[in-house]
Design a protein around this ligand. Structure first.
Ligand SMILES: [Zn+2]
Ligand SMILES: [Zn+2]
Length: 165
């Protein structure tokens, strides 16, 4: 019998991708998970604060002003996926010190600063993001950064290797 069982990185990253589908950002859909001991503690996607109008409902100033990717985040009313994941943990009193963060995209420099102070120690991401400061801060902080590549059929391929995990 052949198992079609994803390894842990694939499992969490595919969940992060599913979470990103709830995004209300006009420019990029991002999903993030905070994970500890193979358990999901918190999730987040990018969008406006709870109960407020989203960029998909009222337009986004960054879009209207044609702001380049990775710049002038403060103009958008949305929170980033990583921020929402950290806030959700705080809201429910869930400790995330020492946890790992999975994000569909490399966190921006604002999120990285929060990730550092939240005590998150590993960051796994799928797609890159144009933010040089972010990479500099990650390097300096000692956070372990790893790009996870998921190709079609990767889950089933990985399962043969990691079937015992
Ligand atoms: Zn926006
Ligand atoms: Zn961010």
């Amino acid at each position: 019998m052949k198992y079609n069982r994803p390894d842990w990185h694939t499992y969490f990253m595919e969940i992060a991708k599913l979470v990103s589908k709830r995004s209300t950002c006009l420019r990029r859909s991002v999903g993030a998970l905070i994970v500890q001991n193979k358990r999901i503690l918190s999730t987040g996607y990018n969008g406006a604060p709870a109960g407020l109008k989203h960029c998909i409902d009222r337009g986004c100033i960054r879009q209207q002003m044609k702001v380049a990717s990775g710049e002038r985040h403060e103009l958008c009313r949305g929170l980033h996926a990583e921020q929402n994941a950290i806030i959700q943990a705080a809201l429910h009193g869930v400790p995330i010190k020492g946890a790992s963060l999975y994000s569909t995209h490399l966190p921006c420099s604002i999120c990285i600063k929060m990730i550092i102070n939240a005590g998150i120690k590993q960051v796994f991401y799928c797609d890159g993001y144009a933010d040089m400061l972010s990479l500099e801060l990650i390097k300096e902080s000692g956070i372990i950064l790893k790009k996870i590549t998921i190709k079609k059929g990767e889950a089933s391929k990985a399962s043969r290797k990691y079937v015992k995990t």
